[in-house]
Design a protein around this ligand. Structure first.
Ligand code: FAD
Length: 283
C-alpha cells in the first residue's frame, strides 16, 4: 500500500483581484494553485478604474498575502476625497482628502497596479492566460471538473469561483442569475488631466466626483498616472449595451453624446460599456 499523499489540485477561475489574492495567500502557505483566466494576458484589455481597499477587508487580505508594505507606496490615500455635485456643477457636499492619522484609512489603488503587484508575487505559470472556463461540473467520485472553451477537461480537487458577475462556477452552488438593474455605464479616460483638462481636474480633485440628477449620473474618479476615468450612467434597455448600440455617430444616442464629448476632449479614442463590456473605438 502506498503511503504517498497526492497534492490537492486547486483550480481558481478568474485572475481578478480576488482570484490572484487567494492564489498568493495559498502560495505564502506553501500550497500551489492554478488560476484559469479568459484574458489572453495581463495587458489584454484596459483593467478599469481604481479600488478602495478597506482596512478590514482589502488591506487585511494583503496583510495575509505578505504584500501590505509593498502596497502602501503604490496606493493613493488622498483618493478618499469626494464631491457630490448638482446638475449645475455646484458642489453640494465635499469630503476633503484624508490626512494622516484622521482615521480614514481606505487608500485607492488602480486595478492594473494591484494586479501587477499580485502577479509579480506568484510563481511563474500560476496563471493560465487565455483559458476560458466554459463549465464546471461534478465528475467521477464527486470531484469537480472544468471544461475549457477549447473542450479540454481539467480535473481538480477544489474549484474556487473568482470569475465575477457572470461566474461559471456559481451555478454549482446557486440558481441565482445576474439581473440587469436598468442602468448602463459607458466609461472613458481623460489623460494628462492636470495639464490638458485643468477644469475637470479641479472639479474631481484627488478622489471622486458624483453628479446625480434627473435619473442620470456622471461619475469621475482620479486614477494614477494623471488620468481621470469618467462614467456616464444611462437608463436604457439591456439590449442598448449588449448589441453595441452605443453609436458615436448617432446624434440621438444619449450615451454616445456624452461619450463623444469625453472622447473628443481626452483624445483616448476608446470606451467601454457596462454591464456587457462592449468596447468601441473611434475610427
Ligand atoms: C463599473 C464598475 C465600477 C466599479 N468601481 C469601483 C470603485 O470605484 N471602487 C471599488 O472598490 N470597486 C469598484 N467596482 C467593483 C470592483 O471592480 C469589484 O469589486 C472587483 O473587481 C471584484 O474582483 P473579483 O476578482 O472578485 O472579480 P473581477 O474583477 O470581476 O475578476 C473576474 C476575473 O475572472 C475572469 N473571468 C470571468 N469569467 C471567466 C471564465 N468563464 N473563465 C475564466 N476567467 C473568467 C475575468 O476576465 C476577470 O479577470 C466597480 C465595478 C464596476 C463594474
Amino acid at each position: 500500500m502506498s503511503t504517498q499523499r497526492r497534492e490537492r489540485r486547486i483550480a481558481i477561475v478568474g485572475a481578478g483581484p480576488g482570484g490572484l489574492t487567494l492564489a498568493r495567500v495559498l502560495h505564502v502557505h506553501g500550497i500551489p494553485s492554478t488560476v484559469y483566466e479568459l484574458d489572453a494576458s495581463a495587458t489584454a484589455r484596459d483593467q478599469g478604474g481604481t479600488l478602495d481597499l478597506d482596512e478590514e477587508s482589502g488591506q487585511r487580505a494583503l496583510l495575509h498575502a505578505g504584500l501590505l508594505e509593498e502596497f502602501r507606496p503604490l496606493s493613493r490615500p488622498e483618493g478618499g476625497e469626494l464631491r457630490l455635485l448638482g446638475k449645475d456643477a455646484e458642489v453640494g457636499f465635499h469630503i476633503s482628502p484624508p490626512q494622516d492619522g484622521d482615521g480614514n484609512d481606505r487608500p485607492e489603488i488602480d486595478r492594473r497596479v494591484l494586479k501587477e503587484l499580485l502577479l509579480g508575487s506568484l510563481p511563474e505559470g500560476t496563471v493560465r492566460w487565455g483559458q476560458k472556463v466554459r463549465a464546471v461540473a461534478l465528475g467521477a467520485a464527486g470531484r469537480p471538473e472544468l471544461t475549457l472553451a477549447d473542450g479540454t477537461a481539467v480535473a481538480a480537487d477544489v474549484v474556487v469561483g473568482a470569475d465575477g458577475a457572470w461566474s461559471r462556477v456559481r451555478p454549482l452552488l446557486s440558481d441565482a442569475d445576474p439581473v440587469y438593474t436598468g442602468v448602463s455605464f459607458v466609461d472613458g479616460l481623460l489623460n494628462d488631466v492636470d495639464t490638458r483638462h485643468p477644469a475637470v481636474a479641479e472639479l474631481v480633485g484627488r478622489g471622486s466626483m458624483f453628479a446625480l440628477a434627473d435619473e442620470k449620473g456622471l461619475f469621475a474618479q482620479r486614477n494614477g498616472g494623471g488620468r481621470i476615468r469618467v462614467y456616464t450612467a444611462v437608463k436604457a434597455p439591456e439590449e442598448w449595451s449588449r448589441s453595441g448600440l452605443v453609436d458615436p455617430a448617432d446624434p440621438a444616442d444619449p450615451g454616445a453624446r456624452r461619450t463623444r464629448r469625453t472622447r473628443r476632449r481626452s483624445g483616448s479614442g476608446c470606451w467601454t460599456s457596462s454591464p456587457t463590456g462592449t468596447r468601441g473605438c473611434a475610427r
